[in-house]
Ligand binder design. Sequence first.
Ligand SMILES: [Zn+2]
Length: 475
Amino acid sequence: MTYNSFAQDNLRFKIVRGKTDTVNSRSHFIIGVAPLGAEIFINGMKVKQYSTGSFGTQMMLQDGVNPVEIKVYSGSEEMTDSFSVFYKQSSLQEVRDVPFFKYPVVVTKKGAYLNSSPGGDRLGGAKMNFLSEGIKMELLGVEGNLYKVKLSDNRSAYLPRYYADLLPVGEMPAFSVSSSWSVVNSGKYDKVRIALENRQPYIIYRNPQPNQLVVEIHGTVNNSNWITQYRNLKSIDYVHLNQISSDVLQVVIGLKEKFSWGYNVDYVGNGLEISIKNTPEVLYSRSKRPFAGLTIGLDAGHGGTSSGAVSPSGIKEKDLNLDMVMSLKELIESNGGKVVLSRSEDIDVSMQERVDIFRNANIDIMVSVHCNAGGNPLQPMGTSTYYRHIEYRPLAKGILDRLMELNVGEFGLIGNFNFSLNAPTDFPTVLVETLFMSSLPDEELLASPEFRRDMMEKVAAGLEDYIGDVRESLK
Ligand SMILES: [Zn+2]
């Protein structure tokens, strides 16, 4: 397979970026694609053409009208495109309209999650955690498509309006007195179950040092004086509780193992159940095949009507992602692992469907493969890996370390990243943004099937390192 098979049609001369009427930034990129072997001039200056056919330049704009003329000589053909770009300094203005209504109480629906702020960047406000359905909270206000809800006397948060229903006037927010607890091993999971009178909102966070999972149950007072902990628990070392304010009960779960395999918090009836996944049994025994007995979820970003980023020469991110995921699958399977794919062809799969596929398959680790976009199109932008939950930092770092053995730039290790597939806590997740589609030097590397394969070998090596570290920690 060559990169040409990814480009939609035969390369023709076309400007793909920079033909903008009015801009507020002096630095302006013109990016285009032309038949291979063409000579290209932008405002009389010859520019480099990459082996993909892409070319580009950076202009510093003058105030007002900036004429741009591009001439392409290809064989006996001469092609011209000219346009102008108007530069004007931006007048800083922030328009924020914050309607404020007062409703009594909302109740959460399936898929609800909390944000700590109303948010503003392209990925939305910082996510706190998912929340079960059927939780009633007092409504403090409405901001855009978010409800501001009261968790307890001194704590509020934001909840997407889509994931909550308004209740009729007269409904009360929930309040509970906690009663019996149980802490048991149920095979693949260790479980803490706390009986409450109603479904209360909760906040979850991880402490890496000491290794703890902390769940704050809001609108709740403690009346539990008895916590039975069995000796056959695998991941849970101890469970402890603190009444940290008049209506917040904090549950501290001390964890035995250095590496985490995921957890889930949900209501069963009115009992809050915290399930912590135990280390896969297979990792306690020696194995020559690194991935034997493990199920790895692989996610090829985008697909179908979602192309992802499109490179200057017309390569679509969705095609590269799938191609790379297929080689990663082969590498993992040849090392004994089982692979579950979120898609194996060019089709639309929603984020929720992807999460459901992985949850239902009970995967042990998930890797999502994407290509990045943005930044300077004329510079190599580099590779990066992303995690959302602190406990998966070592996984993301291990893969980045291996990728950096290739001759590519470093875009970095990015934490607290608000990507939907990094959000589930059910299993370790990492997002790999291989290289930038929008960078001409990166695009040239991504266009090479051999280089894509090299990148996936590094991802597989990073996973193998991680599994090796887990085994080491269990000795
Ligand atoms: Zn993408």
